[in-house]
Design a binder for this molecule. Structure first.
Ligand SMILES: *Cc1c(COP(=O)(O)O)cnc(C)c1O
Length: 403
């Protein structure tokens, strides 16, 4: 629907903070300051002729909120202004975004190559759902470009990856995988949640499609689920547009409104959370009992060179491992006072997770070991609290564990 591009009011000269406050705003005749929440299912037409024109496409107005809604359009346009994308469609969750982005462009006989370190539900979609429809897959070590190359087949049509990965924060060379996709006439889809749209721009690196769980940093305050798929106008028109309209993964206007307002503070929040994360990683480094510390913004990250090439900063996530395994990791989590135990991430509240017993408990022991998810590993999503308070909390809990 080109209505959306018509309404796109972004100045190319604006910096990201300005764009996140103003881009995509469509004011009603009342001239409201804050974006309006159009909580409506449908739209009415002045005349039968007007309805006919709307349906024939001669008039590009709204028809039904499963297709498009003005509040949702504002969120999509602000996301386009953030990502530098031509077009976007917002979905009810991050998983609706991933599933739609995959299913809309795949058919029986196609083959998918994906990095094996994936968010659990993404893994389900590729490993369990797609094969039911005759779509095969190969999982590869995302760090190993040779493995990506070796997995390519004539019928490979989609490549999929996350970077940094969950929970071990490994980094995949997005530009290299994107180039491989192009050589093979395949398309690369990147789940960019862990990097955030502030620090990594997969489309600029050559990816064809970017997906987000907006549930994470884009809301960032723990309120509602949402997702978004961004790409070129051509890709959206050819693959996603009809799929989205007719299968109904669209986001509710209310959730789109919450996320739209979340975008106003996204650069500030992610900036501060990432600064906090770096300080925390530096404070944890060298603590006794911590056998492994992973933060993409540190020089000792195994792929620090790729991080420098494709990320603006190390993100809001830190992972570390206790020598004493599950028992020590549990005792550490239980001793924390400010940091809450939760499987979520990207929130203003700092959240800690023990992946082996929660988010990644469904993997086989063998897969967990291959992915480096040990019994002692914890994943910290750093929030907006004062960094010194968070460091005190963490060092206090480490000390408790050592007693
Ligand atoms: C949370 C998450 C998802 C799924 O998003 P929901 O909004 O929970 O559906 C997908 N990928 C990654 C990397 C995530 O962190």
């Amino acid at each position: 629907m080109s209505k959306q591009s018509e309404l796109h009011n972004t100045s190319a000269n604006w910096n990201v903070e300005t764009r996140m406050v103003h881009s995509g705003t469509m004011r009603s005749p009342f001239g409201e300051t804050s974006e309006a929440l159009y909580l409506t299912q449908g739209f009415v037409y002045e005349t039968s002729e007007a309805a006919e024109a709307r349906f024939s496409g001669d008039d590009e107005g709204y028809i039904y909120s499963r297709y498009a809604n003005p509040t949702v359009t504002m969120f999509e346009q602000r996301m386009c202004a953030l990502e530098g994308a031509e077009a976007a469609l917002a979905t009810t969750s991050g998983m609706a975004a991933v599933t739609s982005a995959m299913l809309c462009q795949l058919q029986a006989g196609d083959h998918v190559v994906a990095a094996h370190a994936l968010f659990g539900s993404c893994r389900y979609v590729i490993e369990t759902l797609l094969p039911r429809f005759g779509i095969s897959y190969t999982f590869v070590d995302g760090k190993d470009l040779g493995a990506w190359k070796a997995a390519m087949r004539p019928e490979t049509s989609v490549l999929f990856l996350e970077s940094p990965t969950n929970p071990t924060l490994e980094v995949v060379d997005i530009a290299a995988v994107a180039a491989l996709a192009k050589e093979n006439n395949a398309r690369l889809v990147v789940d960019n949640v862990f990097a955030t749209p502030i620090w990594q721009k997969p489309l600029e690196l050559g990816a064809d499609v970017v997906v987000y769980s907006a549930t994470k940093h884009i809301d960032g305050q723990g309120r509602c689920l949402g997702g978004v798929v961004l790409s070129t106008q051509d890709w959206i028109d050819e693959y996603l547009f009809d799929f989205y309209r007719h299968t109904g993964p669209g986001i509710s206007p209310f959730n789109a409104w919450v996320l739209l307002k979340g975008l106003e503070t996204l650069p500030l929040r992610v900036g501060q959370q990432s600064k906090n994360a770096k300080q925390i990683a530096d404070a944890i480094a060298g603590q006794n009992d911590i056998t492994r510390l992973i933060y993409p913004g540190r020089e000792d990250h195994p792929q620090a060179d790729i991080v420098k090439k494709q990320m603006g900063a190390g993100s809001t996530m830190v992972a570390f491992e206790f020598e004493g395994g599950k028992q020590q990791a549990f005792a550490f989590q239980n001793a924390l006072e400010i940091i809450k135990i939760s499987n979520n991430l990207g929130d203003a509240k700092s959240l800690i997770t023990h992946p082996a017993t929660t988010t990644h408990k469904n993997l086989t022991d063998e897969n967990r070991e291959m992915l480096g998810i040990s019994e002692g590993l914890v994943r910290l999503s750093v929030g907006l609290e004062n960094a010194d308070d968070l460091i005190d909390d963490i060092l206090m809990a480490i000390e408790t564990v050592n007693r």
